[in-house]
Design a protein around this ligand. Structure first.
Ligand code: HEM
Length: 370
């Protein structure tokens, strides 16, 4: 067999012209695939906002932190389960809402922002990301923040806001003129910022409410679609700030308090869906839905253990909001596809980088090591 036959796997031997044609076709495929990647990456459209540009802007604003998420960089992994109340069964065919269903869950609590070693602060936006592992390999991944609405309506506004809110190294605060110009161009963000500022700041993660903010659709067995927004509402009472927190001696006090709380007893959140009605905005996460909308308690997330970020746990997961099981679908909210694309870009970059240890370590159990 000739060398050319070895390369093409063809047998019997082809004439040289046929081989050239085949190699040309393969070359065409390679160029086509590269072109498709370049197109998706936005290289042919320099004015267009792409996932690469969004993630570049995170890096410009926060500086380089190889191996870490470009946003919500400081975090701690969770392990637990979800117990269904069965009240979601009529709204969504997702198996996790079926009567008696218990679904394994892993997740991550985190602080918004791209600084993996920032000191915990009461007013930093907190997040709860969860990965529900349903039977038959289906998954539901969801990222939720402890604010009532999202500060921007579109990916373009997100991109502009990242730069406008960048702290000035001289003052540690954003440039007031840049912020003013941003709010003038995006008045819905000014209204949202006021709602976010008014929110109640709880003492920690365990007594905080985390919201999906974007609208989704629940799809029932008979095909009926219901617009929903969900929240994870704490199952434990609000706690007062501890002396340790007040002293702020511990740079990781929010995470350490949460680990200690989980060690004492499982931490619970009710998954509550708010059902949208005609006219409720599904494509504008800056606007809340009326508080009187019907809400349904779908079940309880029960966190039984925490784990510092490490190889193979929540550190290496992309909580893409469009990883959804049958029975939950996306909406016309333009942030959803932008999030999905930007998270994939952040994940791809960090997955290929060397890893430094997370700022949040396992807190030794009381009495351990004495
Ligand atoms: C266009 C808008 C948005 C952009 C560009 C964006 C960007 C990002 C990026 C790049 C990450 C890091 C992903 C990774 O490396 O795994 C991230 C994490 C996260 N985002 Fe967004 N985000 C957007 C909107 C939102 C909204 C509306 C929410 C609503 C709650 C949200 C919640 C979260 C959460 C909870 C995480 C942390 C997930 C984890 O712990 O891994 N984001 N975001």
């Amino acid at each position: 067999m000739s060398l050319l036959n070895d390369l093409t796997g063809a047998s019997p031997a082809l004439n040289p012209r046929a081989v050239l044609l085949r190699l040309g076709a393969i070359g065409g495929l390679v160029v086509g695939a590269a072109g498709a990647f370049a197109y998706v990456g936005g290289w042919f459209s320099p004015g267009t906002l792409t996932q690469a540009r969004i993630v570049d802007r995170f890096e410009r604003v926060n500086g380089p932190h190889p191996g870490f998420r470009r946003n919500h960089a400081k975090g701690l992994c969770l392990v637990g389960r979800f117990e269904s109340t069965s009240r979601g069964e009529r709204l969504s065919k997702a198996s996790l809402f079926a009567a008696g269903q218990i679904t394994p869950v892993t997740g991550r609590i985190a602080l918004a922002g791209g600084q993996p070693y920032a000191a915990d602060a009461a007013t930093t936006v907190r997040s709860l990301a969860l990965r529900f592992q349903l039977p038959d390999g289906e998954e539901w991944r969801t990222g939720n923040n402890d604010i009532p609405v999202f500060p921007v309506r579109t990916p373009e506004a997100f991109y502009a806001q990242l730069l406008a809110a960048k702290p000035d190294p001289a003052t540690g605060k954003p440039d007031p003129e840049a912020l003013k110009a941003f709010f003038a161009a995006n008045p819905e963000s000014a209204t949202a910022a006021a709602l976010i500022k008014e929110r109640r700041i709880t003492s920690g993660f365990a007594d905080d409410t985390f919201r999906g903010l974007n609208a989704f659709q629940f799809v029932a067995g008979d095909g009926t679609e219901t617009p929903v927004r969900w929240a994870f509402v704490p199952g434990q009472a609000e706690t007062a700030e501890s002396a340790a927190q007040t002293a702020r001696a511990d740079k990781n006090y929010l995470f350490d308090e949460f680990e200690t709380a989980v060690r004492r007893a499982p931490v619970r959140w009710h998954l509550v869906a708010s059902l949208g009605e005609a006219g409720d905005p599904t494509a504008d996460a800056t606007r809340p839905w009326p508080a009187e909308r019907t809400s349904v308690d779908l079940g309880t997330v029960i966190v039984t253990a925490t784990e510092a970020e490490a190889d193979g746990n929540c550190r290496d997961v992309n909580f893409d909001p469009l990883v959804l099981p049958a029975g939950i679908a996306g909406s016309d909210d333009p942030l959803l596809s932008a999030r999905s694309a930007a998270y994939a870009q952040s994940f791809a970059r960090r997955a290929g980088e060397p890893k430094a240890p997370s700022a949040v370590h396992d807190v030794p159990a009381a009495g351990a090591g004495l």
